[in-house]
Design a protein around this ligand. Structure first.
Ligand SMILES: *[C@@H]1O[C@H](CO)[C@@H](O)[C@H](O)[C@H]1NC(C)=O
Ligand SMILES: *[C@@H]1O[C@H](CO)[C@@H](O)[C@H](O)[C@H]1NC(C)=O
Length: 465
């Protein structure tokens, strides 16, 4: 899965690309003209879908692409939920909607229905953010080099305001913000802006935020990786020792971002990578990998194994699907400044040192203003492991003086243990999704939907089955 939380970005091709661009002019469309008649390969459905652009920026120079699906039943009685993927630079539409929790997943020439789509419970809004991701673009290409957390949050706020102008019936709806990975930055930063705006004049009905395997404070999140890999048998005792003493992952990453990796870190990381092998997906250490996307020479392993009903090659399918001209037409999307739709942008040069901004204090102030916060972890992810997140939320509860209201216990989905949970002060929750990857709704769709529904209803996770 490609929604890497912090990726090294390649910028070399940008200058050459730009010579060939012609940017479309400002897009002005109504909700009606954004309505999707039918997506290629899609069976008829009872709910409405919309896709198109919302322009933001002083000169409306940035066009953000969104995909919106109404709830399957009674949309007018259901909340509005925004979903963000991370990266920074990965597509909420391609990865989130069409791989994780939306109603369709591409498979060859058709779209298969996801029975656990989150639009069974809510009206779901996905946006490709910031400009430079997916079908979103800017007419000022300097934006791609000047993007950071602060700007992204401001633009997501501007996006939301303008989207609500286009869809006024959602203006007073209960609003939830959800997402994963680097959205551990986007979501608290946007929620903070909404809460501030509300202090001027009540504008948003923010009712809760949920963050999946989120980056909240990078030492704890990254450095829980060594123990996770070791305890899952992925690295040896001796490698665990050097990975936790001589070069921690946070040290390696900060050296990488500063362009100066020490020889000890080179040694430690190459040892970790060798033992892990490229046949293990670090976003889910137990899931089979998509062999075709590894682009490897070896034919020793059997190709493209399917694990249960999960298609581990779904990301390749999504890339193929979104690059079809008929699909782009149906979505009212266009490629501007890039030749290809990508799940994670290669033109965006996000300020990577923003990775070090801790968003835990924002979570604290969000909780203090009375907004419920849920942090959940797919428990097979080694990139942002559950252990670090659990420590963070426990620590935050202690700092906020929140006592445990639901002690650590299992929760159920489909007559099996769906994971573990603990709740503090009836407002701050932690939960694991058992067997879940970094993209938990992708690998454990049924469990993720049970968790999502409880979160929306403000109810404890099921204690029995
Ligand atoms: C283009 O973007 C850069 C960086 O985002 C900004 O400094 C500059 O003023 C913008 N140029 C115009 C013409 O808007
Ligand atoms: C939390 O628990 C402690 C010890 O039992 C108690 O003194 C305190 O009043 C509790 N705080 C709240 C907010 O309930």
């Amino acid at each position: 899965m490609g929604s890497t939380p912090w990726r090294s970005m390649v910028m070399a091709t940008l200058a050459t690309l730009l010579l060939h661009l012609s940017f479309p002019t400002e897009v002005c469309s109504s909700a009606t003209s954004d309505r999707i008649t039918r997506l290629p390969g899609q069976q008829p459905v009872d709910f409405q879908q919309f896709a198109g652009y919302i322009t933001v920026g002083k000169k409306r120079e940035r066009a953000l692409f969104y995909y919106f699906i109404e709830a399957e039943t009674e949309p007018s009685s259901k909340p509005l939920v925004i979903w963000f993927n991370g990266g920074p630079g990965c597509s909420s539409v391609g990865v989130g909607a069409f791989t994780e929790n939306g109603p369709f997943r591409p498979s060859g020439n058709i779209l298969v229905r996801n029975a656990y789509s989150w639009n069974t419970e809510a009206n779901m809004l996905y946006v490709e953010t910031p400009a430079g991701v997916g079908f979103s673009y800017s007419r000022n290409i300097s934006d791609y080099r000047d993007m950071n957390d602060e700007r992204t949050a401001r633009e997501n706020l501007a996006f939301l305001r303008r989207w609500l102008v286009k869809f006024p019936e959602y203006k007073n709806r209960d609003l939830f913000i959800t997402g994963e990975s680097y959205a551990g930055h986007y979501i608290p930063q946007l929620a903070d802006l909404l809460i501030r705006a509300n202090k001027q004049q009540k504008e948003f009905n923010l009712k809760g935020i949920a963050l999946g395997n989120p980056l909240l404070e990078y030492y704890t999140n990254l450095n829980s990786r060594a123990e996770f890999l070791w305890s899952h048998g992925v690295i040896s005792d001796s490698t665990y020792r050097i990975f936790s003493r001589n070069c921690t992952y946070s040290l390696y990453l900060s050296e990488t971002y500063r362009g100066n990796v020490s020889s000890i870190c080179v040694l430690v990381m190459s040892t970790v990578e060798r033992e892990m092998s490229k046949f293990v997906d670090k976003y889910d250490v137990t899931l089979d990998v998509c062999i075709s996307s590894l682009k490897m020479q070896s034919l020793v392993l059997s190709p493209m194994k399917m694990t249960g009903k999960i298609d581990v090659c779904v990301e390749d399918e999504t890339v193929n699907y979104f690059n079809r001209k008929d699909v782009q037409r149906a979505l009212h999307a266009r490629l501007a400044g890039v030749s290809k739709w990508e799940a994670c942008s290669s033109i965006l040069d996000y300020k990577l040192l923003d990775v070090a901004i801790p968003t835990i204090p924002l979570l604290g102030s969000i909780v203090k203003s009375g907004i419920p916060v849920l942090v959940y972890s797919g428990d097979q992810d080694s990139v942002v492991p559950l252990t670090g997140s659990r420590t963070q939320i426990h620590g935050l509860a202690a700092r906020l003086g929140l006592n445990t209201t639901i002690p650590y216990r299992v929760w159920f989905a489909g007559k099996q243990v769906g994971g573990w949970t603990q709740v503090y002060g009836d407002i701050l929750s932690f939960a694991t999704i058992r067997g879940g990857s970094h993209e938990a709704p992708f690998s454990q769709p049924q469990r993720a939907l049970v968790l999502f529904k409880a979160f929306l209803q403000g109810k404890p996770l099921p204690e029995t089955f």
